[in-house]
Design a protein around this ligand. Structure first.
Ligand code: ACM
Length: 259
């Protein structure tokens, strides 16, 4: 199964330009069944006040970003995951939309908010896994990576792959995903952005990580890139390490002192 990551440089608050640019990049992914775009790919990330985020907030189904991605997904017969500002009632979320050829599949609201995001967005309250037939996908947005509970929860919910839209500023995530994938026997597609906004520099290094922790592909730090890889989702279904160890049933849940 072909999956793609798209590393791009959004223009801050330039939704129209960003949608045009993303549509152009997505033309190169028409072979892929699943494509992941970065967090807030259509607006930029570093909002200076809530009004800026509110201005470009959208409904998950009828907003301009959702409508465009639904059209492209239908045409390419693929699934696309992409970050955007979602408005539900009066509340803003840093969300990841997942659309397919039959329309919207899911919208995930980022659970772990980073720094100034806490001033603008409400945290999501649930992780989401969708069964797309021959693969089950879990959704994650950027800083969720810092909490191993995110990937562990998605694995226990049945995800074979993590669709991870990111605007990474800390340098640790690409290496961390090696361990997150290894310990959960899952794939991950981390799609990051490049460039700078008001003193924040984004690190690029989008990554496709294998179920054995291998770095299948890592993008450069400072250039846009579209990358397609072939994966075997069945590798994520086997949680046996050997004849005596299974990474799910070996967990000692009565011993762990966590809530
Ligand atoms: C981040 O969560 N965008 C750093």
């Amino acid at each position: 199964m072909k999956i793609a990551n798209v590393q791009m440089e959004p223009v801050f608050l330039g939704r129209e330009e960003n949608l045009d640019h993303a549509a152009h990049l997505l033309e190169k992914t028409s072979d892929a069944k699943i494509v992941v775009l970065p967090e807030l790919f259509n607006t930029g990330y570093n909002f200076q006040n809530k009004a800026e985020a509110e201005l470009l907030a959208e409904d998950y189904k009828t907003g301009p970003t959702s409508r465009l991605l639904q059209d492209i997904a239908r045409e390419n017969e693929q699934y696309i995951a992409a970050g955007y500002v979602e408005k539900i009632g009066d509340i803003l979320y840093n969300s990841q939309l997942l659309v397919g050829y039959d329309g919207v599949v899911s919208s995930y609201q980022k659970v772990h908010l980073f720094f100034n995001e806490k001033k603008f967005f409400a945290p999501g309250k649930e992780f989401k896994v969708s069964d797309l037939g021959d693969i089950r996908v879990g959704q994650m947005v950027c800083f969720d990576w810092f909490f191993p509970e995110s990937t562990r929860t998605l694995m226990l919910m049945g995800a074979d792959i993590v669709l991870h839209s990111a605007n990474l500023v800390l340098p640790y995530c690409p290496n961390s995903m090696v361990t997150r994938c290894l310990e959960n026997r899952m794939y991950a597609v981390t799609s990051n952005r490049i460039g700078e906004e008001f003193g924040l520099r984004y690190i690029g290094m989008s990554q496709i990580t294998g179920t054995d922790g291998s770095i299948i592909h890592r993008s450069p730090e400072d250039t846009e890139e579209v990358w397609i890889e072939d994966i075997n989702p069945l590798l994520a279904r086997n949680k046996d390490m050997n004849d005596l160890n299974n990474i799910v049933s070996d967990r000692q849940t009565d011993v762990y002192k966590i809530k």
